[in-house]
Ligand binder design. Structure first.
Ligand SMILES: [Zn+2]
Ligand SMILES: [Zn+2]
Length: 337
């Protein structure tokens, strides 16, 4: 089968690889991949060297079941979207609600990644992280199941109160999804980005107001008008190391700062700000099966709109999709198989 395989120099090569066979595993299902979203974390994996030559990436998969041996009700022909990691629900991490830290969660995956014609999903995936795609939503909308679930988890972890004020720092596709999630949970949301087009776009996606970060002092003065005491919750979705520092300046005393992206250069955290101002700084990484379920519901009920965020590329053009995402030419790439 055809797959985008990581070659030298961080470029994908379209190659031929063996199709996964259900016989090899006994139970589970083989999916014919319909399409797969390109995630920021895929690009981080490529550029940081976490991904190795020969790897097939991609986890925001929408596919059709073409072969199955399962105790679940899924059948051949079902169109599904999925999460790629499954927690064990019975370990110290899971008991503490940190499902994405569970060692079983980290060890489970689809085989290979979604930038291939076919993938294998295990029986426990089918039980916990695979969801039927309702005919009222498109394949591209369904591909947002996992990234939106990540945002839902972050919003839940922040424990915001009703009608509180959140600020999203970084208005790429994840920033937009985060803002929409905050809104869906009944809260006010504000955004901030260096790119003016993204400031405007966020307001089209329901943000109460967004700020163009040209000059820090000017942006802060504007923010003071909508949140005189500062924001209750600040989400860091930009992947830039300066944002944590800026977040402490615009967060109200007692606020929660949610770290939601990796950065290249780490800055030291601010001990005294955190102590005297009673700030909560927390991370949120990857979704649990419950977040995936909530995600599918929000998409199906149209409470989060993802239409218009994706640009479609063929598998053959995956390198171009990565380049266009990195250079901010597009918001989000969807690789159509
Ligand atoms: Zn992702
Ligand atoms: Zn566990």
């Amino acid at each position: 089968m055809k797959a985008a395989v990581l070659g030298n120099d961080n470029f994908f090569v379209i190659g031929d690889m063996p199709k996964p066979m259900l016989d090899e595993y006994g139970e589970g299902a083989i999916l014919k991949v319909i399409g797969c979203g390109l995630c920021g974390s895929d690009i981080v994996k490529i550029r940081s060297g976490i991904a190795k030559v020969g790897d097939v990436l991609g986890h925001e998969v929408v596919g059709e079941i073409v072969e199955i041996n399962s105790k679940t009700n899924f059948e051949v022909g079902d169109k599904v979207a999925l999460g790629h990691h499954v927690p064990c629900f019975n370990c110290q991490y899971c008991w503490g609600g940190n499902y994405s830290m569970c060692r079983h969660f980290k060890a489970t995956n689809i085989r290979p990644g979604g930038f291939a014609e076919y993938i294998y999903v295990s029986e426990e995936h089918l039980h916990n992280t695979v969801f039927a795609v309702n005919s009222n939503i498109s394949e591209i909308e369904a591909s947002f199941l996992e990234p939106l679930a990540c945002c839902i988890r972050a919003v839940k972890r922040s424990r915001m109160y009703d009608n509180s004020k959140s600020l999203i720092l970084g208005l790429g596709s994840i920033g937009i999804l985060m803002g929409e999630t905050v809104k869906a949970f009944g809260n006010q949301v504000f955004g901030c980005d260096l790119l003016y087009e993204r400031v405007c776009l966020s307001e089209k996606f329901g943000f109460d107001k967004s700020f163009h970060m040209q000059d820090e002092q000017v942006a802060m003065a504007e923010m003071k008008k909508v949140a005189p005491l500062g924001f209750d919750t600040v989400f860091l979705t930009a992947g830039a190391s300066q944002t944590l520092d800026f977040a402490t300046k615009v967060a109200r005393d007692g606020a929660t700062i949610v770290v939601f992206s990796s950065v290249k250069d780490e800055n030291g955290f601010k001990n005294n700000d955190i102590y005297y101002r009673e700030l909560t700084v927390l991370g949120s990484y990857s979704p649990s099966p419950m977040d995936l379920e909530d995600s599918m519901r929000l998409i199906e009920e149209g409470r989060v709109n993802v239409v218009g965020l994706s640009s479609v590329y063929s598998l053959e053009n995956i390198n171009e999709a990565i380049e266009d995402t990195t250079s901010n030419k597009i918001m989000k790439a969807y690789i159509k198989l």
